[in-house]
Design a protein around this ligand. Structure first.
Ligand code: BEZ
Length: 189
């Protein structure tokens, strides 16, 4: 699969007949909300975990020296809490371009805090995409993030803003917090 998935997303899912669409954000969509939305509220999806296993060639790294950003990995029994946004379908023109480095969007069931459910679109970079980096120990991921930067800024800023956003949602994600711990140890030395 090529890196640029924006055209594939557009061809796979025609959203033009929807009045509005729910979007589930688990990563940068939690703290970088550069799109209009109708409403937003925390939501949880089941069977998925956040992992810093995707390479970033266009935001937090470069093609020569990719940064590490999030994708979702199928993990039976686990849940992932993030922020859901109800948006106009036109918003996906912008998001498909912003998240074009290997991410495909899928509908998945989301659970809200009041117990209600909706299907939401979620961007996932699967292990067969050309920018996938895969698993590594948390201290190695932190070292990688500490030295990476790209057109959108330092890779460490992505991690810290995400971690702060999750803490504001009351979410303690052991993968994210473990990498943050190692990153702060590196920054203190
Ligand atoms: C998100 O924040 O949901 C997201 C993460 C990576 C790519 C696209 C969206």
């Amino acid at each position: 699969m090529s890196h640029d998935t924006s055209l594939i997303n557009k061809q796979r899912q025609d959203l033009s007949t929807f009045e509005s669409v729910w979007l589930f954000g688990y990563g940068s969509l939690i703290y970088k909300v550069d799109f209009p939305y109708i409403e937003r509220k925390p939501a949880t999806i089941s069977g998925w975990s956040r992992r810093f296993w995707q390479g970033s060639h266009d935001h937090r790294g470069t093609p020569e020296s990719p940064g590490r950003v999030l994708t979702l990995i199928e993990t039976p029994g686990e849940t992932c809490t993030g922020m859901a946004y109800r948006v106009s379908p036109a918003v996906f023109e912008h998001l498909d371009h912003r998240e074009k480095n290997g991410y495909l969007r899928f509908f998945t069931p989301m659970q809200f805090q009041d117990g209600s459910q909706e299907d939401g679109l979620v961007y996932i970079a699967s292990s067969d995409n050309a920018a996938f980096l895969g698993e590594a120990p948390l201290d190695e991921i932190a070292t990688h993030i500490a030295k990476s930067r790209g057109p959108s800024g330092d890779n460490s800023e992505y991690l810290l803003k995400l971690s702060d956003g999750l803490r504001q949602l009351g979410v303690k994600d052991p993968h994210v917090e473990g990498i943050r711990y190692h990153l702060e140890m590196l920054q203190a030395t």
